[in-house]
Design a protein around this ligand. Sequence first.
Ligand SMILES: Cc1cc2nc3c(=O)[nH]c(=O)nc-3n(C[C@H](O)[C@H](O)[C@H](O)COP(=O)(O)O)c2cc1C
Length: 195
Amino acid sequence: MLNDRSSILSLLETRRSGKPRELVGPGPTPEELERILTIAARAPDHGKLTPWRFVTVADDQRDALEALLRQALTEEDPDAVAAKHQTEHDFAHYAGALIVLVSAPVEGHKIPVWEQQLSCGAAGMNLMLAAHALGYVPGWVTGWRTYSERVRRAFCGPGERIAGFIFIGHAGRELEDRERPPLSTVWKRWQPPEN
Ligand SMILES: Cc1cc2nc3c(=O)[nH]c(=O)nc-3n(C[C@H](O)[C@H](O)[C@H](O)COP(=O)(O)O)c2cc1C
């Protein structure tokens, strides 16, 4: 039974992302990755539909990922300059583990797709927190690749979409925290309507 909840609070209070392009290896071990994904799968899930999946890209598949991204780039932008192709090369080879978070909602179910997508976001958040708890730095990115039909098909089935590419490594330099919204801007006490 867990009784030191203060360390969990400090974990939540210190979580922050790294920029995937700045991460360094090594990524999680296979056992750690399994643990991270097991925790991610404990996301709240109205209707218990598990409307999300995790697709891991192995280190020795990074060249194949680059080929996919460059093919998609060429189709979307036949005039893409060499620098854009270089960006895809770099992206495909960022250090650490790569997990593609897939939103897999059940269409036509009484649980609205919106709620299922929220559950997917919660799974991503759990994943990030688990990585942080194990001493890693995660970075969640989307970008044009997320919305490319060719890239989507490479990771998703029909009706599914990419929610993000989540890299897990270590910070290459000390992470500075970003400014957080003042609580007063995101919290108000409800006033019931007068009529
Ligand atoms: C759905 C989603 C998509 C994101 N896409 C990007 C992205 O394309 N590029 C990027 O730099 N960060 C992206 N982020 C990361 C956030 O911008 C990041 O969390 C933030 O910059 C750092 O804040 P944090 O330390 O509180 O996580 C994304 C985050 C989420 C949840």
